[in-house]
Design a protein around this ligand. Structure first.
Ligand SMILES: Cc1cc2nc3c(=O)[nH]c(=O)nc-3n(C[C@H](O)[C@H](O)[C@H](O)COP(=O)(O)OP(=O)(O)OC[C@H]3O[C@@H](n4cnc5c(N)ncnc54)[C@H](O)[C@@H]3O)c2cc1C
Length: 393
């Protein structure tokens, strides 16, 4: 471990997945860190999260891979099916062959489990201070320090500030200043069932995606198979900030009622849906300014169609900590190095996530062409197609 202690702490705004893993990765490099979370407790919403092999590569570096895998489910394959006919479009194995190709597994986990692992790791570090009900409202950089202003008016000084405050980041307003996120016109409804609540004939160990016209529906097991995650996505111009509003059932049903019984029977099981209005932004490469930088959704918010937002935040955290450790006395320069190392990879993921969304929601001839293109690929060709992402960072 480098000796970067003894100085003022690095301040982190936001204690989501990105904020906590950044705190831990920085503390591992010897930096004292203070994390400010606006909510009264550190917690995550009830939903699943897919973890590509790229995230396990960086989790291994910070020693948390096994802890994350202990709660995860390891799906044997990803399947894409036609939601109107039930036909299998493609099946990509995530088994030994996948592991041999990418050197890491594929996992699915509960957001609370991965967040909980990061939280526990942070709580075990005497370099990290975790503070709840503390909203970072503003900051000022002066004389080699950054001073943040909290919601109670208190001012706290640190040697640098990392904005891990998500899609609607206040720090980004100052650093990048590109207004509100882009509303995609897509909306996601999510729910988690207990395994016994899923009809036995519908329970599948795989990640299954039902592609329909302007919709898709994904399901997979969570928490060692004890839970089942469901996400239904459709086109809608509804807009609401945040990740926890209740979604009206009848609105969703209009989009799915003509789909195969494997889809409709599953959707009928859900009493209450939570809703996410899906937003992203254009990629940028100016998310660091002096001793202030951004990370995760604050830096490069993306649609979830590649299942990579949290994976990218985790990659960011490990790269940022490495760059900071290389230049502990010049964090402004380290933040430029971090941004330089990350912006093309995260930008590509932002853009490709949009393309995948179009692809899942294709209709008519476009859908036929999609089915032909992906259906005719060998397993190796499927792996080649995603190697730019899974082979990194
Ligand atoms: C439907 C859906 C499915 C997804 N599936 C996947 C998936 O399968 N795999 C994957 O890798 N990613 C997935 N993602 C993306 C992933 O959830 C996000 O990219 C990830 O949570 C971003 O983490 P973050 O820490 O950057 O931001 P957030 O999780 O938004 O955390 C920000 C934190 O900052 C706090 N905060 C905000 N403002 C302030 C402030 N001013 N002061 C203090 N605290 C503040 C918030 O309360 C919050 O705790 C999905 C997203 C959606 C919407």
């Amino acid at each position: 471990m480098a000796s970067n202690g003894g100085a003022a702490p690095i301040l982190i705004s936001g204690g989501g997945i990105g904020g906590l893993v950044s705190a831990y990765a920085l503390a591992q490099q010897g930096f004292p860190v203070r994390v400010f979370e606006q909510s009264p407790e550190f917690r995550e919403v009830g939903a699943g999260i897919q973890l590509g092999p790229n995230v396990f590569r960086v989790l291994e570096k910070i020693g948390l891979k096994e802890a994350i895998l202990a709660d995860a489910h390891r799906p044997p394959a990803q399947e894409m099916r036609d939601a109107l006919t039930g036909k299998l479009i493609t099946r990509i194995p995530l088994d030994d062959k996948f592991f041999q190709r990418f050197g890491q597994p594929y996992g699915v986990t509960h957001r609370a489990d991965i967040h909980g692992t990061f939280l526990k790791a942070c709580q075990g570090s005497n370099l990290i201070t975790l503070e709840t009900s503390r909203r970072v409202d503003d900051y000022e950089e002066r004389g080699g320090h950054v001073t943040v202003t909290l919601n109670n008016g208190e001012k706290v000084e640190g040697r640098a500030l990392i904005g891990c405050d998500g899609m609607w980041s206040k720090i980004r307003e100052r650093v990048v200043g590109d207004g509100k996120p882009r509303v995609s016109g897509h909306i996601a409804y999510r729910a988690v069932l207990k395994r016994e609540e899923v009809p036995q004939d519908l329970w599948r160990p795989d990640v299954v995606l039902w592609a329909g016209p302007r919709t898709h529906f994904v399901h997979y097991p969570l928490r060692r198979g004890e839970l089942y995650n469901l996400v239904a996505v459709f086109h809608s111009d509804h807009y609401e900030e945040g990740w926890n509003a209740e979604g009206a059932k009848d609105v969703m049903w209009q989009h799915f009622k003509m789909q195969v019984p494997q889809v409709t029977r599953m959707l009928e099981r859900i009493e209450t849906w939570r809703m996410w209005v899906l937003c992203d932004r254009e990629p940028v490469k100016n998310w660091s300014q002096g001793r202030v930088t951004l990370l995760g959704d604050a830096a490069h918010p993306m649609l979830q169609y590649l299942a990579q937002g949290a994976c990218m935040a985790t990659e960011d955290a490990v790269v940022l900590a490495e760059k900071a450790a290389a230049k502990p006395d010049d964090l402004a320069s380290a933040f430029q190095d971090y941004q330089q190392a990350r912006y093309l990879r995260t930008g590509r993921t932002q853009i490709m996530a949009r393309v995948y969304g179009e692809f899942y929601h294709a209709r008519g001839v476009t859908a036929e062409l999609r089915d032909l293109a992906v259906g005719s690929r060998s397993v190796e060709q499927s792996y080649d197609g995603i190697a730019w992402l899974y082979g990194g960072p």
